[in-house]
Design a protein around this ligand. Structure first.
Ligand code: ADP
Ligand code: MG
Length: 228
């Protein structure tokens, strides 16, 4: 009915608004963070100035995290979907995350292969795999593995992300995607919300199975594009 449609449109508008604000804030924030680093290197700072800068720095970091988890939504108003090989998008994400993961003792094993064409926005799809692979890496305390694989299931592509991290109990699993739900000290709790929103808009699905203390498996199912 009409009222519901208006409500849905309002929600969409707020999302787009928040996203474009996030996008605009990204550059000035990066600059301020850079100058904060320079100031922190000053040898003549008083104790008080130093601790103030420390606080500025950690708050800036927090703001930046929120913006990074949220930025993808900036693209939703453009909705420029294209035909993409999903495997290529995942490989790019693994390339940018594997170095950081390795430093913290996590090996990302890439078992994706093939040519799986989906209709999507490249930035949005990148954001989904970035958020979810980062979550998998962050769930591992010490050394461990994240395995990313792809398989075709009928007219769908299924991407599986397995980690042997800390896992989740039922309550955590049910809270996934709720804005601001986080169990991390420096988490934003926005990453999974963004993932669900994007995958939903692509008529896909995210399924999760998790065992506390053993690990988690996420399955992302996406409709394959029709042949051209
Ligand atoms: P954030 O990463 O900022 O905490 P997310 O929305 O990305 O926010 O994730 C929300 C929460 O879901 C995380 O804090 C964590 O508790 C849980 N979570 C997500 N992915 C995993 C995973 N692979 N293993 C264990 N817990 C996870
Ligand atoms: Mg996250």
């Amino acid at each position: 009915n009409r009222v519901q449609i208006q409500q849905a449109e309002r929600v969409k508008l707020i999302g787009e608004m928040a996203a474009s604000v996030a996008h605009e804030i990204k550059n000035p924030l990066t600059i301020v963070m850079g100058f904060t680093q320079i100031l922190k290197g000053d040898k003549n700072l008083t104790e008080k100035q130093h601790s103030s800068l420390q606080l500025i720095d950690s708050e800036l970091n927090r703001a930046q995290k929120i913006i990074y988890d949220y930025l993808s939504l900036a693209k939703t108003n453009e909705k420029d979907f294209e035909r993409l090989n999903c495997v290529e998008v995942i490989e790019n994400v693994i390339d940018v995350t594997k170095y950081h993961a390795q430093i913290s003792g996590v090996e990302i094993i890439n078992q994706t292969n093939g040519n799986f064409i989906v209709r999507a926005n490249r930035n949005e799809l990148t954001q989904v795999f970035l958020n979810m692979i980062k979550n998998a890496v962050e769930s591992i305390d010490g050394s461990g593995q994240v395995i990313v694989s792809t398989q075709q299931v009928g007219k769908y592509l299924q991407v599986t992300i397995i980690d042997n991290g800390k896992g989740m109990d039922e309550e955590d699993v049910n809270s996934l995607g709720t804005p601001y739900f986080t169990t991390k000290e420096n988490g934003t709790g926005l990453g999974m919300m963004v993932c669900f929103k994007i995958i939903d808009s692509l008529k896909g699905e995210i399924n999760v199975t998790s065992i506390k203390g053993e690990g988690t498996t996420f399955k992302i199912t996406l409709p394959l594009a029709d042949e051209e």
